[in-house]
Write a protein that binds this ligand. Structure first.
Ligand code: SF4
Length: 375
């Protein structure tokens, strides 16, 4: 079992909080798709004998490609790999972009899940984040996909925005819940080093929301969404029963995946590898000369694998499994984990279910410190 990720490196313009790799020059879209097809062919041997359970087109902005290009990419992946009949195939879309996309054509190619970068319904928040859409475009895009027959839609929500209050978040949640998406990713704003937003914070032009307010916002997200039937299955992810993201769940479970496109990361044990974050170089290397992409590699040691296991699993509602730790990492790691756990179990920050240990709602507030205590 494996996953395939495609990084589509185009955005109409850069959002000031974002540090994902993308370019605003859309003229290179055709060349990018050609180079991508070469990369998929060159690297298909890396997943020999493993079936692909999920495909995810992210970015950047995949909906800046036209439906022909999206379909071509998905069909190329289906040709190169053994893709399961009921594979989850997701495309990220930004509200306002649908003019390029014939929805029926991408459904025909196999797309069955859409992730919409809504972020907020509040015009001031959208403007603060320098998003280029408005709330009406989000609703329109959502309804267009619904009418076309997409039965699995995820919406992104961002909170913790300077100048907002708990009421702003409540209003956004009410808007999202009214649409009834199957999945909601709710992220607290992060100041990524080097972004324009980070510079504004450092120069004192903006101020982070106070910690108390930030926690109240997180608690509100949890309580409103769980009250409306959403399972809080990962720190930033909520789903109606049966609609957890299979692609992301597989990442957290350590399932191998191949990432194609500039800056995309891959993991096939024991190697993590990544592509250059440079579209020009990516196209030049794959389409001209040696047709060889110069990729970077890191070997995942047992210690690193253990740390990643703790880091990703403690973010999920299943938590860490002591039996799995004993089997995968040995007795020494098992005993170390057991000792650290004993410190947390005496508080109400962690809970035990069989051999699994996970964070409680109050533990999520302290997740960074709790996770760090294992290393
Ligand atoms: S948030 Fe999305 S649309 Fe905005 S710059 Fe980043 S990848 Fe592009």
């Amino acid at each position: 079992m494996a996953g395939v990720y495609v990084h589509v490196p185009f955005c109409q313009r850069k959002c000031r909080y974002c540090d994902f790799y993308s370019v605003t020059n859309a003229r290179q879209r055709g060349g990018f798709v050609q180079a991508l097809l070469v990369e998929i062919q060159q690297r298909k041997y890396e997943l020999e004998e493993q079936s692909v359970e999920t495909i995810y087109l992210g970015g950047g902005t995949p909906s800046m490609l036209n439906s022909d290009q999206i379909s071509t990419i998905i069909l190329a992946i289906k040709e190169a790999f053994e893709v399961e009949d009921h594979a989850e195939i997701t495309v990220e879309c930004n509200p306002g972009d649908l003019s390029n996309v014939d929805i029926q054509e991408i459904i025909q190619a196999g797309v069955n899940r859409i992730s919409i970068g809504a972020q907020s319904f509040d015009p001031e928040v959208l403007s603060f984040l320098s998003r280029r859409h408005d709330a009406e475009e989000t609703r329109e895009m959502y309804n267009d996909f619904r009418r076309a027959g997409i039965k699995n839609i995820s919406l992104d929500l961002m909170y913790g925005i300077p100048g907002t209050t708990v009421e702003t978040v409540a209003q956004d949640l009410a808007e999202i819940i009214a649409l009834k998406p199957e999945h909601i990713s709710a992220y607290h704003l992060i100041y990524e080093e080097g972004t324009p937003l980070w510079n504004d914070l450092k120069s004192g032009q903006i101020k982070e929301v106070e910690e108390e307010v930030s926690l109240a916002m997180s608690h509100l997200v949890h309580s409103m969404l769980t009250r409306h039937g959403y399972e809080h299955y990962e720190i930033s992810n909520y789903a109606l029963p049966g609609f957890r993201s299979r692609h992301n769940s597989n990442y957290w479970a350590g399932v191998p995946y191949l990432g194609f496109g500039p800056s995309a990361h891959s993991y096939v044990h024991p190697w993590r590898s990544w592509n250059p974050a440079d579209l020009d170089l990516y196209c030049r290397q794959l389409l001209h000369g040696a047709h060889f992409l110069d990729r970077s590699y890191e070997k995942i040691t047992d210690q690193l694998a253990y740390e990643e296991y703790i880091l990703t699993r403690l973010r999920t509602s299943e938590g860490i499994d002591m039996e799995e730790i004993r089997m995968r990492f040995g007795t020494k790691c098992y005993e170390h984990t057991r000792d650290v756990l004993s410190q947390h179990l005496s508080s109400d920050h962690m809970v035990k279910k069989g051999t699994h240990y996970s964070l409680t709602v109050s533990g999520i507030d302290l997740s960074d410190g709790i996770i760090a205590s294992f290393f």
